[in-house]
Design a protein around this ligand. Structure first.
Ligand SMILES: Cc1cc2nc3c(=O)[nH]c(=O)nc-3n(C[C@H](O)[C@H](O)[C@H](O)COP(=O)(O)O)c2cc1C
Length: 330
């Protein structure tokens, strides 16, 4: 039985990708994911903000100590160098340790510096680059158009500066999601990851404090990416990969049926460890055997919106049948 897939022009031995997180910031853990059957790994993102925040702390400390801030350019250069060097080492270490594709990840807000860095990532041997890009649409001075243009500008600069394939991991916060996904798929990116899941605020009703909400997803969160993979599978010019809420073999199978080339999973690996990849793959294989599929190509996209016998259900949004009061919601 062949469970290999292609993604970003790369061959993956399995469709389960260990997604970007703290877990993929260590060569040991990456090695464990590969050993347990991961098809690829996406390294922890290097964050533009992370570099700037660290820099701000040092400047504040320096000011408090009366340090001459004329040296600031040096700090700037030195700090970025340290973070970036560390990341380059991670790429090289991971490439040496595993045979599966290693996808680097950068979180970029502005395009200017990252183009040079993307080039360094390529030089370090990364097989592909995932751009983790998100602007929370809460800037009241910025129009939706300006917000969207920022994505295209960054993608254009980065795809022009590297020859490895580039994937874009997006959120669902766009004013016109379907057409936006389609336009993004035509920019030269080789893949789109639907969707990222973000840090969110919660409120503690006893202490009256705003606190972080749950870090991990639940299986119910699969619904969002499943709908959009299904709707977009045959409307895009690049690969689609599902992310958020993929916790088990059934979720993996659903996303493949909807048209995904692979899935990324993170919360399930934090909660169940790297061996969980093997369980997901075993469940996929058992299901394929039951349905007499020899490879993923035999069924991928079979339940996408275009291919499904009841395509309208992908666009249904109201629970009309359940409004009667006595409805059976099972
Ligand atoms: C602790 C933690 C760290 C994460 N770090 C990153 C990161 O560095 N870059 C990124 O693109 N996504 C990051 N993510 C988001 C995950 O890659 C993923 O998109 C999200 O958790 C949804 O997938 P899941 O439902 O399988 O957890 C992180 C998630 C968690 C829980």
């Amino acid at each position: 039985m062949d469970i290999s897939t292609t993604y970003l022009g790369l061959t993956l031995p399995s469709p389960v990708i260990a997604g970007s997180s703290g877990l993929t910031g260590s060569v040991d853990k990456i090695t464990a994911f590969a050993r347990h059957g991961a098809g690829a790994v996406v390294l922890k993102s290097i964050f533009e903000e992370e570099i700037y925040f660290e820099q701000e702390d040092i400047i504040k400390e320096a000011e408090a100590e009366g340090v001459n801030l004329d040296q600031f350019d040096y700090y700037d250069f030195h700090l970025k160098g340290q973070k970036l060097d560390h990341y380059i080492e991670l790429i090289k270490g991971a490439k040496q340790a595993v045979d599966i594709p290693v996808i680097a990840s950068i979180n970029c807000v502005y395009s200017h510096e990252w183009t040079a860095f993307a080039h360094q990532i390529e030089g370090a041997g990364a097989d592909a680059l995932e751009l983790n890009m998100f602007f929370l649409p809460s800037d009241f001075e910025r129009t939706a158009r300006e917000q969207e243009d920022a994505y295209f500008e960054i993608i254009e600069k980065i795809t022009a500066s590297v020859s490895i394939p580039v994937a874009l991991k997006i959120s669902y916060y766009f004013s016109n999601l379907g057409p936006m996904i389609q336009r993004l798929s035509r920019t030269g990116v080789a893949g789109l990851v639907l969707f990222n899941r973000f840090f969110s605020p919660d409120i503690d009703i006893e202490t009256f404090k705003v606190k972080p909400s749950f870090v991990f997803s639940t299986p119910a969160e699969l619904a969002l990416s499943l709908r959009w993979i299904g709707i977009m599978a045959r409307k895009v010019d690049c690969d689609l990969v599902a992310s958020t809420g993929v916790h088990d073999g059934a979720a993996l199978i659903k996303e493949l049926l909807a048209g995904a080339k692979a899935v990324q999973t993170v919360s399930s690996l934090y909660q169940k460890g790297p061996g969980h990849i093997e369980t997901m793959i075993a469940d996929l294989k058992a299901w394929m055997q039951r349905h007499e599929f020899a490879s993923l190509y035999d069924f991928r996209g079979q339940m996408s919106q275009e291919a499904a016998s009841n395509p309208a259900i992908y666009e249904r949004v109201q629970f009309m049948r359940y409004f009667g009061g006595e409805a059976d919601v099972t």
